[in-house]
Design a protein around this ligand. Structure first.
Ligand SMILES: NC(=O)c1ccc[n+]([C@@H]2O[C@H](COP(=O)([O-])OP(=O)(O)OC[C@H]3O[C@@H](n4cnc5c(N)ncnc54)[C@H](OP(=O)(O)O)[C@@H]3O)[C@@H](O)[C@H]2O)c1
Length: 246
């Protein structure tokens, strides 16, 4: 397989090839997202047990998160704690969106529920969401959640809303969306990486601040099973498909 050198780094000796395969997508997604945070004093991760969540917790702690809360289901709480969360919330017992105090500086949403929690942000807090429907309905939910839209944004949605809805309505896309308290923006970007970002991952591994969290390794012949497992949305860490023995 040929790849451009500008996106490659040498695998750190600390990791097997299988472990190394677990890191790039999820770590780059988390690293890209954390760049938008203004403060990491109090952080909330929605969905701490999945591929992105389990690595994002480690990266956020490594980047200085002082107190990190993460959500997960009952059986996964110990795993989430093991990733470095200071506090875990069992979402089968408590709905975090029912809290009323603005207590978080940064919210990282991996489950597509960012529109339910803008009221939990402190002033100047930021939400980055990486999965969920990119629809005008979602935009409107955020607007209702925060109650603020700038004049420019109102004009934009007035003019282009119906067109965006037509183009994107109902489509499930991977996106990164940032909500700001006050005058917030809504942006759509995709996971991207380059050698510098990959090198950041290697440095975190070498500093023992980032460990691959792997759910299951499937052989290539079982790729269908692997995809079904991912699609179940129940993974604990990353699902890997082994193409060949390195
Ligand atoms: N924008 C980007 O650049 C980018 C990059 C990578 C991934 N993504 C997207 O990000 C999303 C997450 O990816 P992933 O690989 O981390 O998924 P995943 O490995 O399938 O993780 C799903 C996890 O979410 C948990 N979960 C489900 N509902 C939950 C809830 N209500 N509250 C808390 N936890 C809940 C599940 O745990 P339970 O079984 O306990 O519910 C499971 O551990 C996907 O939509 C993916 O497409 C976007």
């Amino acid at each position: 397989m040929a790849l451009p050198a500008r996106i490659l780094v040498k695998k750190p000796d600390e990791l097997t090839h299988t472990e190394a395969a677990a890191l790039p997508l999820v770590s780059i997604t988390a690293l890209n997202s954390v760049r938008y945070a203004k403060s990491l004093d109090r952080v909330l991760v929605l969905g701490g047990a999945g591929g992105v969540g389990s690595h994002a917790i480690q990266i956020l702690k490594a980047r200085g998160a002082k107190h990190l809360t993460a959500t997960g289901s009952t059986k996964k709480l110990d795993f989430i704690k093991g990733c470095g969360a200071d506090e875990v919330i069992d979402y089968t017992k408590e709905k975090i969106e029912e809290r009323t105090d603005p207590e978080f500086d940064f919210i990282f949403d991996t489950i597509g529920e960012a529109t339910k929690v803008p009221h939990l942000l402190k002033t100047d807090g930021i939400i980055v969401g990486i999965g969920g429907p990119f629809t005008i309905e979602a935009l409107q939910e955020v607007r209702e959640g925060t109650g603020v839209l700038t004049r420019g944004q109102r004009m934009f949605f007035g003019l282009f809303g119906p067109l965006l809805n037509l183009l994107l309505g109902g489509t499930r896309l991977n996106y990164n969306v940032r909500y700001y308290t006050g005058d917030y923006g809504y942006f759509c970007t995709f996971a991207w990486g380059d050698r510098d970002r990959m090198q950041d991952i290697v440095e975190l591994v070498k500093a023992k601040k980032l460990k691959p969290k792997i759910d299951t390794v499937y052989d290539l012949k079982d790729a269908k099973k692997a995809m079904e497992h991912v699609e179940s949305g129940r993974a604990v860490g990353k699902v890997i498909i082994k193409v060949a023995d390195p």
